[in-house]
Write a protein that binds this ligand. Sequence first.
Ligand SMILES: Nc1ncnc2c1ncn2[C@@H]1O[C@H](COP(=O)(O)OP(=O)(O)OP(=O)(O)O)[C@@H](O)[C@H]1O
Length: 399
Amino acid sequence: MSEDQKQAIRAMLAAMDAPDGGGDVVSRGLVSEIFIANNKAFFSLTVPAEEAERFEPFRREAERRAAALPGLEGAMVALTAERAPGAARSAPPPPPARGPAHPHHHPHPRPGATTSGPAEGRGPAGPRPGKPGIPGIATIVAVASGKGGVGKSTTAVNIALGAARLGLKVGLLDADVYGPSVPRLLNLKDKPRTADGRRMIPLDAYGLKAMSMGLLVEEDTPMIWRGPMVMSALTQMLREVEWGQLDLLVVDMPPGTGDAQLTMAQQVPLAGAVIVSTPQDLALIDARKGLAMFRKVEVPVLGIVENMSYFIAPDTGTRYDIFGHGGARAEAEKLGVPFLGEVPLEMAIRESSDAGRPVVATDPDGPQARAYLDIAAGMLRSIEAQKQGGSAGPRIVFE
Ligand SMILES: Nc1ncnc2c1ncn2[C@@H]1O[C@H](COP(=O)(O)OP(=O)(O)OP(=O)(O)O)[C@@H](O)[C@H]1O
């Protein structure tokens, strides 16, 4: 059955017009192995990085058409710039709980290794000079991504919940004013009340204090934001919300590295930033832009998370590296920032997250929650290392 479906997907892809005019993507060998599990298809398309944008509509269309094939309910198609090995690993996946993330995993860069700039994560943590902190909030951390759709919000929610499980009082601020997804991810429906007619009371979600612009406007209201409006909305959500005493406020940033993001990173008294990336090179290029942006505003990068790192077939538990897994770890090493861990692409994460039931809250002992807990622990260590005035990442030796 599933062989027939794979054949049908290949035939469907072969009949599609490739946007680069090079013809049939199947016979050009651009399609990875195809996996089908729980009536969903997963595969990637290898395209040169500079073709990524042109191929994006093709990718979406391939997803749509695959999902419409008989017997299939969904599809996940990724673009990758590097040919994925494709073959399944013979060994079962290593348990996601491989202990905490390893900020010190690569303490010794190759002799002579240099980087194009100073290591991220240097300098003291805490608000940068000139940015007043928020009374009651000990540490503010941004979760950012170079581009949209990499799972930044899902990661932000689950690492915030992870930090809460590790004993911290945690808040989550959805600063993604362009596409606020925290209300959906935490199943929040109520409008926040105001305490004294002015200050808003954050909503409680699985023990987190949460606030999002999505709670303040009607759903589906198109929001057209101009820079100054974004800043004033953000300032309000930071300063005019009764956060109370928090050990940690996680800020889900809007995706991308444009001016709005830069201004935000500048305005919020951030102790550091976590960058979420998918393994594909294409996304990593964007992740590098994210690093550069925080570097520019002197916010230390606490680490990189690789999301949708590899795929675990739900039926057999077999691990497949169809998306070119490992790119983010290598990139982190190269850039001298801690690698905080990897999260597999799992339907359990997608479904629970989209249903407002994040895995760390609803299945805290499961393997997916474990991955996020390890990442949260790694992030906290990285913050601590910042407070000690050093980098949790490898030291870069300039020669
Ligand atoms: N590890 C994962 N496994 C499977 N699905 C995932 C995973 N992480 C995120 N997703 C799914 O990918 C989609 C995008 O995730 P999310 O909204 O968190 O991304 P984002 O980067 O914040 O996107 P946006 O740019 O739209 O804000 C969602 O449907 C989410 O459930």
